[in-house]
Design a protein around this ligand. Structure first.
Ligand SMILES: Cc1cc2nc3c(=O)[nH]c(=O)nc-3n(C[C@H](O)[C@H](O)[C@H](O)COP(=O)(O)O)c2cc1C
Length: 279
């Protein structure tokens, strides 16, 4: 057998090194699924070309294939095609233009309403629905489903970006999409062919010494790892012609003031209004 690394192994090593902003040798065997995962980058500039026929169904089948807590499947997804509704979604999400441009815009829903309807049909009160645990279960289910769709889309050469900013205006989003009580828009997702004129790149992440713990939580390597990451992210930002603000400052400014929540500080009240009492 030839023990020369395959092209895929070399590609993966390049991707791992870019992901961590440091040269790293990959010990795992190469495969195309891992390559797709490691190559992820958000895409915010799309061609207006329609997606190949059947793409939506493929992405949703991938989403349905994700694990689901107790198989309750407490999620739904809504494809927004109407340009007027797209425009309102873009406005609610802080005027993110890619929401209007992307050929596909999906809104992933934590959905307790279906279970409520089942309860009504079965003559059950559904006493567990109002609990925080049940909403968390629904949010986890919808996130896992969405990420499966993202990976499927990227494996097909498409680009995606999540739109968490839909949670800035939860009640307006719910009204525009006709969501019944007990349904929350967790985030949106733009999908389309990446515009080749707008370069994208793999964004570095925290080193494994910071995020991977063994047996007991351990911060021994945290400070050095975060400092190294801050430097790596600054050089990534400089390479993308962005202000090299680094990561520490981003965390401090995003989480250091309630204003960093962009209106989501009132999410609990909004959820109560949307039919999630959260006991
Ligand atoms: C739940 C979630 C919500 C996000 N919301 C937005 C958003 O509203 N707008 C946006 O441009 N990017 C959004 N992003 C993309 C992140 O900014 C992006 O994933 C992060 O900066 C890392 O970059 P990368 O995906 O290119 O690796 C979101 C990502 C996640 C996971």
């Amino acid at each position: 057998m030839n023990d020369r690394p395959t092209d895929l192994t070399l590609d993966l090593e390049r991707q791992v090194s870019t992901r961590y902003g440091a040269a790293i040798t990959l010990a795992t065997p190469a495969n195309e699924t891992v390559e797709t995962l490691l190559g992820h980058r958000s895409v915010r500039a799309f061609l207006s070309d329609a997606l190949p026929e059947g793409t939506l169904e493929t992405l949703i089948t991938a989403a349905s294939s994700a694990a689901s807590s107790s198989n309750m499947q407490l999620w739904s997804v809504l494809s927004v095609d109407d340009p007027a509704i797209r425009a309102s979604m873009a406005a609610y999400a802080g005027n993110q233009r890619h929401i209007e441009v992307a050929p596909l815009f999906l809104v992933w829903l934590a959905d307790l309403s279906r279970a409520q309807r089942i309860g009504e049909a079965e003559g059950r009160e559904m006493a567990a629905l109002p609990y925080t645990e049940t909403l968390i279960t629904a949010v986890i289910d919808s996130a896992l489903a969405a990420q499966n769709a993202v990976v499927a889309a990227e494996s097909l050469g498409l680009g995606t970006v999540y739109i968490g900013a839909l949670r800035n205006r939860p009640e307006e989003v719910a009204a525009a999409l006709g969501l019944p009580p007990g349904v929350m828009a967790v985030f949106g997702l733009c999908v389309g062919h990446p515009d080749p004129a707008v370069a994208t790149a793999i964004k570095p992440r925290l080193p494994q010494s910071v995020i991977l713990h063994h047996d007991r939580y351990n911060t021994a390597h945290e400070e050095a790892g975060i400092a190294a990451y801050d430097t790596a992210l600054k050089s990534f930002q400089a390479s993308q012609a962005l202000a090299p603000a680094g990561w520490l400052r981003a965390v401090a400014s995003r989480l250091g003031a309630v204003s960093g929540l962009s209106g989501r500080d009132r999410l609990r009240d909004a959820l109560a209004a949307l039919g999630f009492p959260l006991r």
